[in-house]
Design a protein. Structure first.
Length: 480
């Protein structure tokens, strides 16, 4: 069967004409997209849409007319999105640690946001509402900054308060130590205390000014102002630096004051004992002031100064120890209580105990310039006859037996009585007598050395009173 070529081509052209797209009909265009005419029409419509000349919906059948529902729907979506975003920001703001500072404003904004959503944002500009929330968020940031500045100021108060207490304590200690009498016995320390007083006054003034500035800086807070907050923050940093400098200065002052206070602290037991020894030689009327100072807790230097003043009034008597003073030093009690003192010695003569007898009647006064040998003679009664001098006794026959061997001061040897050698005990020691005699003498000399040492310590203190004394008004200057 033969085909008619010409008729077939005509039929295809007619079919192409029948399928030609209608302007604006996207479905018809897609049906004819396979031929060249459909491709060209589609490309032209797409170009118009991309150029913004024709809206996309105009390509659909009947799409050329505006769709009011779609527009309203898009607007609703946008409003709901804005509401959600603002709600989330508001929730974050209300959860802020400083939200209570602007709680009223946040609540008011929440009501406005709720009303806007409920009434379809009628009369409400979304951008304005967003900017208002931004302002509230800025206020919360400023509230946080204020809180940080307030915390810095509070920390400054906590740092400064101990310094104020230390300053008050230092002022009280300085006042307690700086007695008028120091001009006499410690003029250098008194001068240092005057300087310390001025420095403490300056420190106290600086702390007071610091307190006032902190109050001023704290009063500027509360307005949620970035300017005042920055002022308070900078002020806190500067004032803290000033407080640290004050702390360093106060520490230096306290160290200097501590050194002076230690030198003038209440006399300890050892010092009081030595001062009491110096005081014992004074006349009763001259002991009054030193004793009152000691009872009131005065320092060793102050009491020593009062004693020196008293001894100057009694200067002649300071140059010697009378018998009563000498007896009390070595015997340990007044001659009114007893005039003979017995001392058990730790040494032995062989296996026998030894005691030493000290007699008040044979003693002599001691001059300050006396040598140790002179002191020894004065204590043991070297000027008295041999049998009246102080002596040591070996208790060979018992403590009270008069036949016991005695060693009298200054004799050089022990000569027991004839009756002693006839006793069994005397016969038992006779063969080794030289060694036993040496033990008795050594024990005696050891105890006498102790007496001399006690007296010499007092005399050494008294010798200091032989310094040259210059009286200038009410002051005393001790020269070497």
């Amino acid at each position: 069967m033969k085909e008619r070529t010409g008729e077939l081509e005509e039929e295809q052209e007619r079919e192409g004409e029948e399928l030609a797209p209608v302007d604006g009909d996207l479905g018809a265009i897609l049906m004819g997209v396979q031929d060249s005419a459909g491709n060209a029409a589609l490309a032209g419509l797409v170009a118009q849409v991309e150029a913004g000349q024709v809206p996309p919906e105009a390509l659909l059948e009947g799409g050329g007319k505006p769709d009011k529902d779609a527009k309203r729907e898009r607007k609703g979506i946008a409003e709901r999105g804005m509401h959600l975003a603002l709600s989330q920001r508001l929730a974050k703001a209300m959860a802020h640690p400083r939200a209570e500072r602007i709680e009223g404003e946040l609540n008011a904004f929440e009501r406005r946001l709720r009303d806007a959503r409920e009434y379809g944002w009628i009369g409400i500009d979304q951008s304005v509402l967003s900017s208002e929330l931004t302002e509230l968020e800025d206020k919360l940031d400023r509230a946080e900054a204020e809180e940080q500045a307030l915390t810095a100021l509070t920390s400054l108060d906590l740092r400064r308060q101990p310094l104020s207490e230390r300053t008050k304590k230092a002022i009280m200690e300085r006042t307690a130590v700086a007695k008028p009498g120091m001009a006499l016995y410690a003029p250098e320390d008194l001068e240092d205390l005057l300087t310390i007083g001025e420095e403490l006054t300056e420190v106290q003034k600086q702390l007071g000014e610091n307190t006032a500035l902190v109050v001023t800086a704290r009063q500027t807070l509360g307005a949620l102002s970035a300017v005042t907050t920055e002022f308070a923050r900078v002020a806190a940093a500067n004032l803290l630096s000033a407080v640290e400098k004050i702390a360093v200065k106060l520490t230096e002052i306290e160290l200097k004051l501590s050194e002076i206070t230690d030198r003038h602290a209440r006399a300890n037991a050892e010092d009081r004992e030595k001062l009491n020894q110096l005081m014992e030689g004074l006349e009763p009327r001259l002991r009054r002031e030193p004793r009152l100072a000691m009872a009131s807790g005065a320092s060793a230097k102050e009491i020593d100064h009062l004693l020196k003043q008293a001894w100057l009034e009694q200067h002649e008597k300071t140059q010697r120890l009378e018998k009563d003073e000498l007896w009390e030093l070595v015997a340990g009690f007044s001659p009114n209580q007893a005039r003979v003192a017995y001392f058990d010695l730790p040494e032995r003569m062989g296996e026998h105990r030894i005691h030493l007898s000290l007699d008040y009647g044979v003693m002599q006064p001691v001059e300050v310039d006396c040598s140790e040998s002179d002191v020894r003679d004065a204590i043991m009664g070297a000027r008295a006859s041999v049998v009246f001098r102080s002596h040591a006794t070996a208790e060979v026959l018992g403590r009270a037996d008069q036949r016991n061997p005695h060693y009298y001061y200054g004799t050089g040897r022990c000569t027991p009585k004839r009756e002693f050698w006839s006793t069994p005990q005397g016969k038992s020691v006779k063969n080794n007598w030289r060694a036993l005699e040496g033990e008795l003498i050594d024990a005696f000399d050891t105890k006498v050395d102790e007496f001399v040492k006690v007296v010499d310590d007092v005399l050494e203190a008294r010798r200091e009173l032989k310094a040259v004394v210059t009286k200038v008004g009410e002051s005393l200057q001790w020269a070497e």
